[in-house]
Design a protein around this ligand. Structure first.
Ligand code: FAD
Length: 381
């Protein structure tokens, strides 16, 4: 067995850390205050290859392994947790397009994602259907040249900023088999958007999107008609482990700050790190983070090696965001009142990571996947 990154992976990790520290981190708190997604961020990340990680080189991407995408997400998560959403969206959507779209569609759509010119989103959730996504209602009505879309999507990451969306719509009967996926131009005048006033991750502009007869052509259908639900959901296996690493990155940054504080802060004549009441919770945080990080990386390594990885990805998704929130909370308490101020990034990290205890599927959904794996489908349908 080999538990370390190889030389190339380690060099890449350091390169992304330098970029994230110098280019992304300075905007983490100011973007939260203005609640805006900056186009420049997409351009900067694209220049580093971070929006094209899973895109073939012939379409301007990096054709990176899943493990490399995870390394990038963890390092970006340390510096600017909200920037990880762009990696997650572009990686997940590129994977869906590469696996399901025709060569002509790939050639038309992927270069814009890789270059950062097309900011994409994924539109599944509706006001009436979150976890039970297979019951979605947004309707695709057949026309001579394609379809028109009618209905509402909600809770869409980068929904205010996105140029294009993978939109799941009902083209047939009830259930998953009646759902198709479309690549939709979100600048069409029939699309209107409204932003959420969120607790955290304010920079990603989570939004509701209303489709009032939005036209899509035959050539905008991704994969087979009626195959959209399965093709989109397959991508989540992999994105869940990436999400885990982004959350762990935010927690690791907080732990680094708490450890430094414990060395420097003096109380009762000695550094507070010498008190076991301070040191032991941090030792526990480091231990749990290491465990969760291993699960995330194992899921990605399994994917890269063509091995079954759904259970590991589900473990990563339910544990890592929850653990990150607990670790960041503990680190905030260790630093004390200084960390409670909005001038410190740590309180924002706590608000931010909680969002991914819900986004991309709740812990209950992940535990259903794990239970099926452990017990068999008949016990956890
Ligand atoms: C930060 C953020 C980003 C998001 N980004 C996107 C995005 O880009 N695109 C998109 O389409 N959606 C996105 N979402 C929406 C997200 O996918 C949904 O919120 C999620 O699937 C849960 O749906 P819901 O919130 O409607 O909760 P519900 O489905 O109403 O569930 C409510 C509660 O009931 C539990 N529950 C439901 N069914 C079961 C069951 N069978 N067994 C046990 N418990 C159950 C859930 O776990 C949850 O705790 C995002 C959400 C957040 C918070």
């Amino acid at each position: 067995m080999d538990y370390g990154f190889d030389e190339d992976q380690e060099a890449y990790r350091q390169t992304v850390r330098r970029f994230a520290t110098t280019v992304l981190a300075p905007h983490y708190q100011s973007d939260d205050k203005t609640a805006t997604f900056r186009r420049q961020q997409a351009r900067d990340m694209a220049a580093m290859g971070l929006t094209g990680l899973r895109i073939p080189t012939e379409h301007g991407g990096q054709e990176a392994t899943a493990v490399i995408a995870g390394i990038a997400t963890e390092e970006v998560g340390r510096a600017d947790f909200n920037a990880t959403y762009l990696i997650i969206n572009t990686a997940l959507i590129s994977d869906i397009i590469v696996r399901n779209a025709t060569p002509q569609q790939q050639a038309a759509w992927l270069p814009g994602i890789a270059s950062g010119e097309t900011v994409p989103c994924i539109c599944i959730t509706e006001p009436g259907h979150g976890t039970d996504a297979a019951s979605l209602e947004l309707k695709a009505v057949r026309t001579d040249t394609g379809w028109t879309l009618h209905g509402e999507k909600t809770s869409i990451t980068l929904g205010m900023a996105s140029d294009r969306g993978v939109v799941l719509a009902r083209t047939g009967g009830p259930g998953a088999r009646g759902v198709s996926a479309f690549w939709v131009d979100l600048h069409h005048p029939t699309v209107t958007r409204s932003a959420f006033d969120d607790l955290g991750s304010r920079a990603i502009g989570r939004a509701s999107l209303h489709f009032d007869g939005t036209p899509v052509e035959d050539g905008d259908l991704i994969g087979a008609e009626g195959g959209g639900f399965v093709s989109v959901m397959q991508g989540f296996d992999y994105s869940r482990a990436i999400i885990g690493l982004g959350c762990i990155g935010a927690a690791e940054a907080s732990l680094d700050e708490a450890l430094q504080w414990s060395r420097d802060r003096v109380a009762f004549g000695q550094p507070i790190g010498t008190f076991q009441g301070v040191a032991f919770p941090l030792a526990e945080c480091a231990t749990y983070l290491k465990g969760a990080r291993h699960i995330c990386l194992e899921a990605l390594w399994r994917k890269d090696n063509g091995l079954e990885h759904s259970a590991e990805a589900a473990m990563a998704k339910f544990w890592a965001p929850k653990l990150a929130a607990e670790v960041i909370h503990q680190c905030l308490l260790t630093i004390g009142h200084v960390a409670y101020s909005s001038e410190a990034p740590i309180g924002q990290r706590l608000r931010d990571v909680i969002g991914l205890e819900i986004g991309d599927g709740t812990a209950q959904v992940s535990k259903l996947v794990i239970s099926r794996h452990l017990l068999g489908r008949e016990f956890a349908p």
